[in-house]
Design a protein. Structure first.
Lengths: 431, 319
């Protein structure tokens, strides 16, 4: 705590904007990022890859360390929810990592809280350009005119289908439903065979992501243009949530599906469809499921799907050794160039060259979901936006799916609650 | 308490001066001695209890995010918000206090009575007594994370073992233990009772063994049956233990966090989101530490009042 207070005093005299932050200037240290010629350094690299993705990143890190004798990278993994509490605390006490991963929607919060530094110069030094990356991802890393993240991957939502269950239900296991009619038809057919084909999760955050995907598909938005008001209680929002509840009411899904129950049922050949993130590719494969992955089915009037993205960030370490910064740049550049390898962990590389590589082209399921990139949506780049979702939207979606409240009433109520939280956040972050 | 009084009355006639320590005159260094003995604890107590209490009060008077350069002074606004209907924190905070209150109300009676029964049984002589004593205490050594995740999977509505076995017995197999009321409360209270009853039982057991067997013999001579012996010997003998168990159980129940955080995750909606869960969310996830600190003080005040009432009640009965 006391170190945090100290940091507060140091920064208190600096007005607030990143330009005024002495730590920001410090980052423009040596090193082009194309190579590293400095003395031997140790880099600590933190991320939240606690799932099947962890070993892949660890392998890449080990490969890097054995190849680059002068840079010794140690990787530390913390579960994502705790991660976003630990990194700020570690950074404020001067014990933060030298390089880290953060989700793209958390960049503004952490930038505003001065947990991470702008990486414009890293991007320049590495000669990274918008044209190297998928544009939506590249643009989403910018907050208040500065770049805060170097995108590693995109992880969109998609439809996982259990081929064995589909076959049992008399469906063609190689033709996953891709629009509303096909999807409802498939569910009806499965129901006829006594199979509840699409278990709708009720425990946050899974159902909220499905809701967002549907909201965008029905032409809605989460927030107004300047993110001062939540507008998810629009007709599109009500339609989206009502569709989800109806799936349960019509018996295509059991009631009260608990956390991860839909995934367990899928692995036990009880559930035909899981609508979730691309990161499920590995766990399902390891569980020995005979399954496929397709883009999100189009239920609403347009194509859309929820996605997020892992980004490299440089934590705000006071008095950081310039050699370490140079080494970190090189490390980021190396992993970014080799991100086709990372795709094997169940990801779509953000970098075009990695997506076009033969390594990635050979990953069938990842490729299927990569087709969604032109219409992926991210949450808006506003500090504190995650709190608004967890406090206002998550409970509303949960209550409606548990039949405790009607869609319209729950969304109205949560939207006005969100407006208050947005207002509070604006004051807090003075945006 | 009674024992100390006895000792003092016996000791006083033999000692001439009140502060005579070991027959030597009190010197400056002697005056310091007790404080030096207490020093290691006092230092820790000061750093980790006293200082945070006042520092927390200071935090609660600001809009406090430890990483933001500006921590504007807001005076009592954080407290005012908690008592102003329609403010951002009013509804969720009092709802979480209500959830904590419900949990305490449901769990404390069970955690006071069931461990007492268990202790009475385990105080008998029978084969395998030590085995059962160990078994009843065993869950208590597990961390909340372990029991939380364990019960979340056991109690899952659709893929959980509990519902599976209920189904095998011909009972309803679709009980939404973790996400519908009242089942969510039953799940939370049930798992907590299973988890912590061993602790209270061990305390009771120690208390039971402290009761003078002569009192039971005397009661038997007077013709008291089992029930009357329990009522007039066991219960009065356990009074200080009961006070301790009730106070500690109320405080522990009012601090419920891990079970609700892991088993129900606050579901349905935020019905089982407890006060500590909301405080943690507000302070550690949303980084609104000022208002989170204010909430903690309101909760602490509630607990202090309840504890004082608890002590007063027991003292009153004693007189």
């Amino acid at each position: 705590m006391s170190a945090g207070v100290g940091a507060g005093f140091v920064l208190a005299g600096c007005g607030g904007g990143p330009e005024d932050n002495p730590a920001v200037q410090q980052q423009a240290g040596a090193g082009s990022g194309k190579e590293y010629n400095g003395p031997k350094v140790k880099l600590s690299f933190w991320n939240g890859f606690t799932g099947g993705d962890g070993p892949f990143m660890r392998k890449m890190v080990e490969q890097f360390s054995s190849q680059e004798k002068n840079i010794d990278v140690t990787m530390n993994t913390v579960e994502w929810p705790e991660y976003y509490q630990k990194v700020p605390a570690a950074v404020s006490s001067g014990k933060g990592p030298d390089v880290a991963i953060m989700h793209i929607d958390t960049l503004p919060t952490n930038a505003a809280r001065q947990v991470i530094l702008p990486v414009d110069d890293v991007a320049n030094a590495l000669n990274l350009k918008k044209s190297d990356f998928f544009p939506v991802v590249w643009d989403a890393g910018i907050y208040e005119g500065h770049r805060y993240g170097i995108p590693l991957d995109v992880h969109p939502f998609g439809l996982f289908y259990n081929k064995d269950v589909m076959e049992k239900g008399g469906l063609d296991p190689d033709k996953p439903p891709q629009d509303k009619d096909e999807f409802m038809g498939a569910l009806e057919q499965l129901k006829g065979k006594g199979i509840q084909g699409f278990w709708v999760p009720t425990v946050p955050t899974g159902p909220t992501w499905i809701f967002m995907t549907l909201l965008w598909q029905y032409g809605g938005e989460l927030y107004n243009e300047d993110v001062t008001e939540a507008i998810w209680n629009s007709d599109a929002g009500v339609d989206a949530l009502t569709w989800m509840v109806d799936v349960i009411k019509q018996g295509y899904s059991p009631k009260n599906v608990g956390e991860e129950a839909e995934l367990i049922a899928f692995q036990n050949n009880k559930n035909a469809f899981v609508w979730s993130g691309i990161w499920n590719i590995l766990p399902f494969r390891d569980a020995g499921v005979n399954y496929g992955a397709a883009p999100s089915p189009q239920i609403g009037s347009e194509k859309a799907t929820w996605a997020n993205s892992h980004n490299f960030v440089i934590p705000n370490k006071r008095g950081q050794d310039p050699h370490k910064i140079a080494a970190a740049k090189f490390f980021i550049s190396w992993i970014s160039h080799n991100s086709a390898e990372w795709a094997k962990a169940g990801q779509v590389p953000a970098r075009d060259s990695a997506r076009e590589s033969s390594t990635f082209q050979n990953l069938e399921l990842q490729n299927n979901l990569a087709q969604e990139l032109p219409y992926v949506h991210f949450p808006p780049s506003v500090p504190g936006i995650g709190d608004v979702q967890t406090q206002a939207l998550d409970p509303a979606v949960n209550e409606v799916l548990l039949f405790e409240k009607e869609s319209k009433a729950a969304l109205d109520e949560s939207a006005s609650q969100a407006d208050q939280l947005l207002k509070e956040n604006r004051q807090k972050y003075q945006a | 308490m009674a024992n100390q009084n006895v000792e003092r009355t016996e000791a006083q006639p033999s000692s001439r001066k009140r502060f005579d320590v070991g027959g030597r005159k009190p010197t400056d260094s002697n005056l310091l001695t007790p404080y030096l003995f207490m020093a290691p604890y006092l230092v820790l107590f000061g750093i980790f209890i006293v200082f945070p209490i006042f520092y927390g009060l200071w935090i609660s008077l600001h809009n406090w995010d430890y990483l933001l350069p500006g921590k504007p002074w807001v005076g009592l606004q954080n407290y005012v918000d908690l008592f102003t209907p329609g403010s951002v924190t009013f509804e969720p905070f009092w709802k979480s206090m209500e959830a904590t209150g419900k949990f305490t109300l449901y769990s404390v009676p069970l955690l006071v009575v069931i461990p007492l029964l268990v202790a009475l049984i385990l105080n008998q002589r029978f084969l395998g007594r030590n085995f059962f004593r160990t078994m009843y205490f065993a869950p208590y050594v597990l961390g909340v994370a372990v029991i939380g995740i364990l019960w979340r999977y056991l109690l899952d509505t659709n893929v959980g073992l509990v519902n599976y076995y209920l189904g095998q017995l011909g009972l309803p197999d679709d009980i939404p233990w973790t996400n519908e009321l009242p089942w969510a409360w039953i799940a939370l209270v049930g798992s907590t009772v299973w988890w912590t009853l061993g602790f209270n039982a061990v305390i009771y057991l120690a208390g039971l063994q402290d009761i003078d067997p002569a009192l039971y013999d005397a009661a038997k001579v007077d013709g008291a049956n089992r029930w009357r012996r329990f009522l007039h010997v066991t219960l009065p003998g356990l009074r200080p233990i009961l006070l301790f168990v009730i106070t500690v159980t109320i405080l522990a129940s009012a601090n419920v966090f891990g079970q609700a955080y892991l088993i129900t995750e606050g579901a349905p909606g935020d019905e089982t989101q407890t006060a500590i869960m909301y405080v943690a969310q507000e302070g550690l996830r949303n980084f609104k530490m000022g208002s989170a600190a204010a909430m903690s003080y309101v909760l602490a005040l509630f607990l202090a009042v309840i504890s004082i009432a608890n002590f007063a009640l027991f003292r009153y009965r004693e007189d």
